[in-house]
Write a protein of this length. Sequence first.
Length: 183
Amino acid sequence: MSRIRVAVDMDEVIADTYGAMLGWLVGRHGAKWSPASLQGRQLFDVLDPDAAETLRTAMHDGAFFADLPVIEGSQAALAAIASRCDLFITSAAMEFPNSLGPKFLWLRRHFPFVDPLNIVFCGDKSIIAADCLIDDNARHFQRFGGQGIVFSSPHNVNVTSYPRIRQWSEAMGVLSEVFPGVL
């Protein structure tokens, strides 16, 4: 049997974009939210219009994405996945087109074992030909042809219709459950 193809989102899955956005907001606006106020909601849903606009402007610059923290355990987990599967990194980066260069360089710096030809910047992830997609945003699973696996983030705590990876140390176990006998 051929190797399974695993597509993995970048933002909020291997790059801590959520934490970087919160840090940026707190540093510039002094804004603070309780963890409870963010559960089940997108960050932009809780921001006042001025803060949301200034954050979007910063993200459109693209440099915002250059130095994102790496999500704990993602490098080891993706290296393990890449040793047993065909691994692709997918980012719906078209919302912030200036992020493509910084995101590509970030991936090369932190995930050098990922073949550059397996890095996919797109808009609609339904074009991805993979057996599964690990993503924090379940909207990408709606038209995706494979199995969606949600990666935990505060905004998706109420998503229950897909298998879930809460932290990267669980990844191979979840993939083995989803694809029994293959991994």
